[in-house]
Design a protein around this ligand. Structure first.
Ligand SMILES: [Cu+2]
Length: 122
C-alpha cells in the first residue's frame, strides 16, 4: 500500500516537473507568512517535538518527508489535514493551552505545542 502510493506520487511528479528538474527540491516557502516557529516533519517525527509560543503566534508546518502526514490536535481544535511531501501549513494559535497533536496517518507520531498567554515570559 505505502509502496504503491509512493510509486504513484513519483510518477505524478515526473509528469509535472519542468525540464531541467534535478531531483528533490527544498519545499518552496516563498508564499508563507512570517511565523514564530517552523516545525519540520521529517523521518516520521515533528521537529522540534515540543515548542512554546505565545497566543497570537503563527506556526508553520513543513512536510519534509517523502510520506504524507497531518498535524491534528487531540482536542480537534486544529487539523492540517493531509500534507503531501513538500506541502506547508500555517496556523495561528489564539488560545493559551497545551496542545497535544499527532499524525492521523501514523498515530504514533506525537508532539506538543504550548501556547502561553500573549506577552508572558517563557
Ligand atoms: Cu504521518
Amino acid at each position: 500500500m505505502q509502496r504503491h502510493f509512493f510509486a504513484a506520487g513519483a510518477l505524478a511528479a515526473a509528469l509535472t516537473m519542468p525540464a531541467g528538474y534535478a531531483g528533490a527540491a527544498e519545499p518552496s516557502t516563498a508564499h508563507l507568512l512570517p511565523s514564530a516557529v517552523t516545525i519540520h516533519i521529517k523521518d516520521f517525527k515533528y521537529r522540534p517535538n515540543q515548542v512554546t509560543i505565545h497566543a497570537g503566534d503563527r506556526v508553520t508546518f513543513i512536510n519534509d518527508d517523502s510520506e504524507a502526514h497531518t498535524a491534528t490536535s487531540d482536542d480537534t481544535s486544529f487539523d492540517s489535514e493531509g500534507l503531501d511531501s513538500g506541502d506547508t501549513w500555517q496556523h495561528v494559535f489564539a488560545k493559551p493551552g497545551t496542545y497535544r497533536y499527532f499524525c492521523e496517518l501514523h498515530p504514533y507520531m506525537k508532539a506538543t505545542l504550548v501556547v502561553l498567554p500573549a506577552g508572558a515570559p517563557r
